[in-house]
Design a protein around this ligand. Sequence first.
Ligand SMILES: Cc1cc2nc3c(=O)[nH]c(=O)nc-3n(C[C@H](O)[C@H](O)[C@H](O)COP(=O)(O)O)c2cc1C
Length: 164
Amino acid sequence: MQATVAYFTRTGRSERVAQVLGRELEGRGAHVDLVRLEPIRGRTAVGGAILAALRVPAGLEQTPDLSGNDLLALVGPVWAASMTPAMRSMIEALPHLDGRPVISVVCGFHTCNGVAARMTKELQARDAGRVVSRAIGRSAVQDPLAVSDLARELCAAALGAQRQ
Ligand SMILES: Cc1cc2nc3c(=O)[nH]c(=O)nc-3n(C[C@H](O)[C@H](O)[C@H](O)COP(=O)(O)O)c2cc1C
């Protein structure tokens, strides 16, 4: 099974979550591509926050190649009560997902369930299969045990969905 874990991070927290998710998928037999999204615009916190608030995509230096991909995981922070401009570009560039499962984790200062729900909608509009989506706040993001538990739970749900 081929899995892609695409993440955006500014201060490293989402990267750690993406790495744990990647290791969990590998432990379950997946070949994992861990891909860091590099935005073209909105690289500073202020510039990025303005784009995020306006729901404007940043453009990406490179869009991950999802050919042959069986499972997609997206991880990134919440900016201005929204997904980041980099993640917006990633979602806009997604091909038709043909029912494949998607894991989505949004890492905020608060637990931003509304942002996770909006990402789920965007993914379903691209014909994702089961979308296993979670918002986590700072206390969970900073707790390695909580992140490991979350990765186990999300991967089990997503891979269970794939076998059905
Ligand atoms: C420009 C900017 C805007 C943010 N807006 C929000 C927000 O609206 N809600 C929230 O809960 N956290 C917000 N945060 C906090 C980040 O989502 C949080 O610190 C996240 O864990 C950082 O992830 P990273 O280390 O992967 O960059 C914001 C952070 C930045 C830099």
